[in-house]
Design a protein around this ligand. Structure first.
Ligand code: F6R
Length: 242
């Protein structure tokens, strides 16, 4: 694992965006794995700016998102589909056919999950962007999830639902289930970049980097990835030297 500790959130965002911008410049047909949540919002802002300034184009870029809630429609403002449109896709020249998010309705969910894994396998993700949950989840691979899982239906942890309640008007509204890429899908990406900031991530970050490799802390598997860069601020790094 390569570790980059930045002064603050802005610097984490800048460095992470730069990795993606560089990779798009070098390979305009790149396949990206994308995350939602609060961590990548600033990164997406910078990608939009890079597009608007003419530095990069998404015309031939293909994307696969990590996850989607089950039980809310794609049109719901807190669906990850809406999130991606709001923060990235509506502002760039990406071909809508090249955008993939797990489908949460319109068929048997297990079948939809298997189809998604197959699509990922065929396209091969070159760069996977990840945030990390305060419980150490990546995607929605909650503690205890087998590492061998491919895209699957997950019951969300109480901690995850509480963490995400800030985006909904009440905890009851936070979906209880989601469809997520499995660890196996994530680990197949050629390159992984994890970003995190804030003290509330410091425990999970410590365990991801220095803890035992265990599915009780799903992000710990990243220690075994041959090309994984962790970009964090000083607050998220605060437990690393103790
Ligand atoms: C989002 C995702 C999650 C988040 C994680 C951190 O697609 O898969 O693993 O990256 O929950 O969320 P934030 O960034 O909101 O702290």
């Amino acid at each position: 694992m390569e570790l980059i500790i930045c002064k603050n959130e802005e610097e984490v965002t800048r460095q992470t965006a730069n990795v993606i911008i560089k990779d798009i410049i070098l390979d305009p047909k790149i396949t990206l794995g994308l995350a939602t949540g609060s961590s990548p919002i600033g990164v997406y802002e910078k990608l939009v700016k890079a597009y608007q300034s003419g530095l990069i184009s998404f015309k031939d870029v293909e994307t696969f998102n990590l996850d989607e809630y089950i039980g809310i429609d794609r049109s719901h403002p807190q669906s990850y589909y809406s999130f991606m449109n709001q923060h990235l896709f509506n502002h760039i020249d990406i071909n809508k056919e090249n955008i993939h998010l797990p489908r949460n309705h319109g068929g048997d969910l297990e079948d939809l999950a298997n189809e998604y894994s197959l699509m990922i396998e065929q396209s091969e993700i070159e760069l996977q962007l990840l945030g990390i949950g305060s419980n150490g989840h990546i995607g929605f691979n909650e503690p205890g999830t087998p590492f061998r899982n491919e895209t699957f239906i997950v019951e969300l942890d109480e901690q995850t639902r509480n963490d995400n309640a800030r985006f909904f008007s009440s905890l009851e509204e936070v979906p209880k289930f989601a469809i997520t890429m499995g660890i196996k899908n994530i680990m197949r990406a050629k390159k992984i970049v994890v970003l995190a900031f804030g003290e509330n991530k410091s425990d999970a970050v410590y365990k991801m980097i220095h803890g035992n490799i265990t599915n009780e802390l799903p992000a710990s598997i990243l220690q075994l990835h041959p090309n994984c860069t962790v970009i964090i601020d000083e607050a998220a790094a605060s437990k690393l030297n103790k």
